[in-house]
Design a binder for this molecule. Structure first.
Ligand code: ZN
Length: 192
């Protein structure tokens, strides 16, 4: 939540062509999720895998709620395009990150608000190496470096130590995916 302001500020400054298209930051407090879920993301608990095969960081319905709130704001503003970073290529198995789920949600939101919404998930079929490549294609190394330095994937939110692949504890499932993706991206760049 704190990182997003720095990311937006640097995007505006370093990529003025995109910055001109960025709207105001609009933050909606969904802390209520913590009252109805009991997960390692909404309380202080060690990360482990459950019998379901999902990590205990799974917050049931989270992305459904995020997009539902985003659509409600979009409805008010007359916007139909909703964009999310979900991915089911190399991911932790969360069912609300899957393409089928989000296609169904797009239909539900469009029907339920009687307004056409389109959910865009540009990372859905890209693994983490291809996601770094996309950043490089879009904004060259300055964008790769902005993402590496100003964002993290870590479930623990660790920003004390910067690895080659960015900040993180280096041990949680999200750090593991990010680390592997970065290594594959660098290996691909070296052989290109
Ligand atoms: Zn981590």
């Amino acid at each position: 939540m704190e990182c997003r302001l720095r990311v937006a500020e640097r995007l505006r400054r370093e990529f003025p062509g995109w910055g001109a298209k960025l709207g105001e930051d609009h933050l909606v407090d969904l802390g209520v999720l913590g009252q109805i879920s009991d997960t390692a993301l909404t309380r202080d608990a060690a990360i482990r895998f459950e019998k379901t095969g999902l990590p205990n960081t799974f917050v049931p319905g989270r992305n459904l709620l995020f997009f539902t709130f985003a659509a409600a704001i979009g409805y008010r503003r007359g916007l139909k395009h909703l964009v999310g970073g979900m991915c089911e290529t190399d991911y932790s198995g969360y069912p609300d990150c899957r393409d089928d789920t989000l296609k169904a949600l797009q239909a539900s939101l469009s029907l339920g608000m009687d307004q056409r919404f389109v959910i865009h998930t540009p990372l859905m079929w890209r693994d983490k190496a291809a996601t770094w490549e996309l950043a490089q294609d879009l904004g060259s190394m300055p964008l790769v470096e902005l993402i590496r330095d100003e964002t993290h994937s870590c479930y623990q939110g660790h920003r004390e130590h910067r690895h080659d692949w960015g900040f993180g504890c280096g041990a949680c499932p999200a750090c593991d995916l990010r680390h592997k993706g970065w290594d594959a991206f660098v290996a691909g760049r070296n052989t290109a």
